[in-house]
Design a protein around this ligand. Structure first.
Ligand code: SF4
Length: 364
């Protein structure tokens, strides 16, 4: 049988050992790979199903021949991630992981235990180019994009760990860790299609939330994809002046453009948009800011999620006092805006994005 692949030799994304992360391959790509290795197309479906059942090695794929397992071992690796650090919150409902990538970069992700199913908050980039002033992930800028397989690797590696703790596998995904997912558009789209694939992980679109700081053209592109995933937009301000003082992206797109793109997303997908609003003491948390925000969002059936700022050492910004948060929420609610305060999980394990990685890198 032919084991001298043609096309497969040209596949991008080989690791240091010259192997391809099989989690980077869509089912269609895997079919092409296996045909080029002299195998029948249907074998790709078998491999694909095994991968998302969470196997760690090709030899666990018990309905494959030894010859095929050998070919897979020769050309592919299963890109599970090497755990560098693991922190469990005191209430045991949140676990934060640092993972080492094959090029020695480090990423972090968090899994949260909810009654309706466990949710992973994963990273889409190493670092981030967006430079939000309150975010620890922004401190080193963008290092590189993550591949779809590296995003999937976070899900499957976490699943192996939480299974040992008796937790159910991850049921929902939030793209809200390090990185701006729409700044890594192609890889993020590929990951979304992989995790949704009925023959793979089979996660429902509605169990997926993508968070963006407001890359307006990409938000519109995402709306046109027609996926019914949830969109969370980091607004964090009621006007351009304040937004520009805390978010670099606000110099590129006005707040009005961000809200218009959010309305477009709602029109195209029917999914209600959530606006994330981190409350920063004396920056964006005054009653007049709440009134201005209510005015901005008037008539748009959206949701506002108020987040007491996760303070970090890289910024002098402070979280709002409880009374300010309550007053802010009540002004929005009385203007008819659906408003909640985000449940804070994992604060004792540096739960905000980028904080654990930054702390870890300082130690080594
Ligand atoms: S908040 Fe998000 S978009 Fe802004 S710098 Fe951090 S990771 Fe990037």
């Amino acid at each position: 049988m032919n084991d001298k692949p043609n096309e497969i030799m040209n596949i991008q994304g080989r690791n240091m050992k010259g192997k391809i992360n099989v989690l980077d391959r869509s089912l269609e790509e895997l079919k092409t790979d296996l045909v080029s290795l002299g195998e029948k197309q249907y074998r790709a479906e078998q491999v694909f199903q095994w991968l998302y059942k969470g196997v760690s090695s090709f030899s666990e794929m018990t309905n494959l021949s030894k010859a095929l397992i050998q070919k897979l071992q020769n050309h592919f690796s299963i890109g599970l991630l090497a755990q560098q650090q693991r922190l469990v919150s005191s209430d045991k409902h949140t676990i934060k992981y640092l993972y080492l990538l094959s090029d020695n970069n480090i990423i972090e992700c968090v899994v949260m235990k909810y009654l309706h199913g466990n949710t992973i908050c994963l990273s889409t980039q190493v670092g981030c180019a967006m430079g939000c002033s309150f975010c620890a992930s922004a401190t080193g800028g963008l290092v590189r994009q993550l591949t779809a397989g590296e995003m999937m690797g976070q899900v499957l590696t976490v699943n192996q760990d939480i299974e040992e703790m008796g937790w159910q596998p991850v049921h929902g995904v939030v793209l809200m860790g390090s990185g701006e997912p729409l700044d890594n558009y192609a890889n993020t789209m590929k990951f979304l299609h992989q995790i949704h694939h009925p023959k793979g992980y089979n996660m429902g679109w509605r169990n997926i939330t993508l968070s963006t700081c407001g890359l307006v053209p990409k938000m519109r592109l995402l709306a046109d994809e027609g996926l019914s995933i949830n969109l969370a937009v980091s607004l964090h301000a009621p006007n351009d002046r304040i937004r520009q003082s805390i978010m670099r992206i606000a110099h590129a797109y006005s707040i009005q453009e961000v809200v218009e793109a959010s309305k477009y997303y709602f029109e195209k997908t029917g999914r209600r948009v959530t606006f994330e609003y981190a409350l920063i003491h004396h920056v964006n948390d005054m009653p007049e800011h709440a009134a201005e925000l209510a005015d901005l969002l008037k008539g748009f059936p959206c949701h506002v999620n108020l987040i007491p700022l996760n303070e970090n050492k890289h910024s002098s910004q402070k979280r709002s006092h409880d009374e300010s948060i309550k007053l802010f929420a009540s002004i929005l609610k009385s203007a008819g805006i659906n408003t909640t305060r985000r449940r804070e999980m994992g604060l004792d394990i540096q739960g905000a994005c980028g904080q654990l990685k930054t702390a870890y890198l300082k130690q080594v």
